[in-house]
Design a binder for this molecule. Structure first.
Ligand code: NDP
Length: 282
């Protein structure tokens, strides 16, 4: 649909922004639900983040997604942030409220949990501890999701142990940090193993994670989605583990923003996944 003068507008702020898949996801839903609206990529220079946030209000945007490298730096420019975003320390979704105030939240944790539930329906939070590899922004969202989802213990292993310790202190709850060198041993009793590092991503070194100690019932998740089938997932599938790739998290995290901006709660369907995959493979 071509938007009318009363169409709703949202977008995604980042730098660079050319590789973002969000316009494709939201564009698919706008067409599917015949919404009078548009979702645009917003290349925002690093010295313009504050003015870009203010411009969302000035220009009548309903809101925006925020992506690399701005998920943390936007926080001071917002009028309010959700408890989830505060705990994670990052905002990926901004909503312009009716009174013009900017509200920020983080839907990565929601997206992760939905993807896990959909990809591993047999999995349940009380099945045992989790091991999360990484302590960056994505790992923070994953650890928060697992804890609020009811996992009794979340172990975090990161190359920089101090960063993992900061994650544990900021998020609170039953998080135990372990040395990166001991990650294989720390996986022995886990119900879910999550790669939330950038290792295994196109252009990055592979993740070195021996799986021999892993219980055969453990679910293995890799939130890296370029490539979709990472070496970790291939190795886990070879050992018979149920695996969950990173695309589900990306699709599900988009849903709350679309609902807030465009007034329709959209579905994450196999057709949407295929539509986004086609772009990734192009
Ligand atoms: P950050 O840059 O904040 O964190 C990177 C993480 O990778 C850190 O824990 C870092 O460890 C670790 N790392 C990097 N290089 C190495 C290495 N050589 N050896 C060991 N550890 C290493 O990135 P994000 O947290 O934002 O993103 C992480 C990944 O998650 C990315 O691949 C991103 O694409 C993906 N992602 C996927 C999403 C989805 O929807 N599926 C959403 C968000 C992110 P250290 O602290 O020691 O440097």
């Amino acid at each position: 649909m071509i938007p009318t003068g009363s169409g709703r507008v949202a977008g995604v702020m980042g730098w660079p922004i050319g590789h973002s898949l969000s316009p494709r996801i939201h564009g698919y839903w706008l067409a599917q639900y015949d919404v009078d609206g548009v979702y645009v990529p917003l290349p925002v220079r690093p010295d313009r983040v504050a003015s870009a946030l203010a411009a969302l209000v000035t220009l009548g945007f309903r809101g925006a997604n925020v992506t690399i490298p701005y998920k943390e730096v936007v926080i001071p420019g917002l009028d309010a942030v959700s408890d989830t975003a505060r705990a994670i320390g990052a905002v990926n979704t901004v909503v312009v409220q009716d009174d013009g105030r900017l509200y920020g939240t983080n839907t990565d944790a929601y997206g992760f949990m939905e993807a896990l539930r959909q990809g591993a329906p047999h999995w349940h939070a009380t099945a045992g501890p989790a091991l999360v590899l990484g302590a960056g922004g994505a790992a923070r969202a994953v650890a928060h999701a697992l804890l609020t989802g009811g996992m009794p213990l979340v172990r975090v292993a990161n190359r920089d142990r101090a960063r993992a310790d900061r994650l544990a202190a900021d998020i609170g709850g039953a998080i135990q940090t372990v040395d990166w060198a001991t990650r294989a041993g720390a996986a022995g009793d886990v119900a879910v193993l999550v790669n939330a590092t950038s290792l295994g991503m196109t252009g990055q070194p592979p993740l070195d994670m021996p799986l021999e100690a892993l219980n055969s019932s453990a679910v293995v998740v890799d939130i890296v989605y370029r490539p979709l089938e990472t070496p970790l997932l291939k190795a886990a599938q070879g050992r018979g583990h149920v695996t969950v790739d990173g695309l589900g998290m990306l699709l599900h995290q988009a849903r709350p923003g679309f609902a807030a901006w465009f007034g329709v709660d959209p579905a994450v369907t196999p057709a949407l996944r295929a539509f986004v995959l086609a772009e990734m493979r192009a």
